[in-house]
Design a protein around this ligand. Structure first.
Ligand SMILES: [Zn+2]
Ligand SMILES: [Zn+2]
Length: 203
C-alpha cells in the first residue's frame, strides 16, 4: 500500500530537509513503519537507531520526534539503509532494512550514470536521465507497500540505554571543559579528545 502519511505532513518533511529526494522517501517510509508498529509508544520512550547519516534521517527526526538533542536518535556509522526503533519502556522494537531489489532496474542504471555525473563525463541527456530515474525511484518508494520496502526483523540488540549525565573535566591543554567520558589521560594530564589527538600524532 502507498504511503499513508498525509500530503501536508510530507510537504512539511520536505521543507525540513530542504529538498525532495529518494533518500528522504526511504526515511519517510521507515518513520511510517515505526509510527504504525509502535503507535502506542509515548514520545519519551521511542528511540531510533539509524545506520546511515544520509537524507532519510531527517524524515525520521521530523516525523517520529526522535532527535540527537533529546538523545533518542542514535547514529551508528555503518552506511546501511537500516533503521531500528524501540519502545524503551518495554525494551521491544524492530529493525527495518531497505530491500536491495526494491529499486529494480532503476538502481543499476542510476548507479552507473551517477558515476559519470560525479566524474564530470555525463552529457546533458545523461544528466536529464539521472533526474528522471531519481524521480521514478522516489515514486516507487512512496507507492510501495511497507513489506515491499523493508525486511523487518527483531532488533538483535537491546534498546540503547539513556545517556548518563557525567561531570565535565577541564582539559589541561586548552582549558575547555569536556564530558569526563570524552577525556583521555596522557603523560599525567587530563586532555580533551582534540588535544589528545594532537599530542598522540606528535609522538
Ligand atoms: Zn536529500
Ligand atoms: Zn583541550
Amino acid at each position: 500500500m502507498a504511503c499513508s502519511i498525509s500530503k501536508e505532513l510530507i510537504e512539511k518533511t520536505i521543507t525540513f530537509h530542504g529538498h525532495s529526494c529518494p533518500g528522504l522517501a526511504i526515511g519517510i517510509r521507515a518513520a511510517e513503519l515505526a509510527l504504525q508498529k509502535l503507535a502506542q509508544v509515548g514520545k519519551e520512550d521511542l528511540v531510533a537507531v539509524v545506520e546511515t547519516d544520509m537524507c532519510g534521517v531527517d524524515a525520521i527526526q521530523f516525523l517520529t520526534g526522535c532527535t540527537f538533542g533529546k538523545g533518542n536518535l542514535i547514529h551508528k556509522d555503518y552506511g546501511k539503509m537500516a533503521f531500528s526503533f524501540y519502545d524503551r519502556s518495554k525494551n521491544v522494537g524492530f529493525r527495518a532494512v531497505l530491500r536491495p531489489d526494491i529499486s529494480g532496474d532503476i538502481g543499476p542504471e542510476l548507479r552507473s550514470l551517477m558515476k559519470k555525473v560525479e566524474t564530470g563525463t555525463a552529457g546533458q541527456e545523461e544528466s536529464n536521465r539521472v533526474q528522471k530515474l531519481r524521480s521514478m525511484l522516489q515514486e516507487r518508494y512512496m507507492k510501495a507497500g511497507l513489506e515491499e520496502m523493508f525486511v523487518v526483523t527483531d532488533p538483535g540488540e537491546p534498546a540503547p540505554k539513556p545517556a548518563r549525565i557525567l561531570v565535565s573535566l577541564k582539559c589541561e591543554a586548552c582549558g575547555e571543559m569536556a564530558m569526563e567520558s570524552r577525556t583521555r589521560r596522557f603523560d599525567g594530564k587530563t586532555l580533551c579528545l582534540p588535544c589528545f589527538e594532537k599530542v598522540e600524532q606528535k609522538r
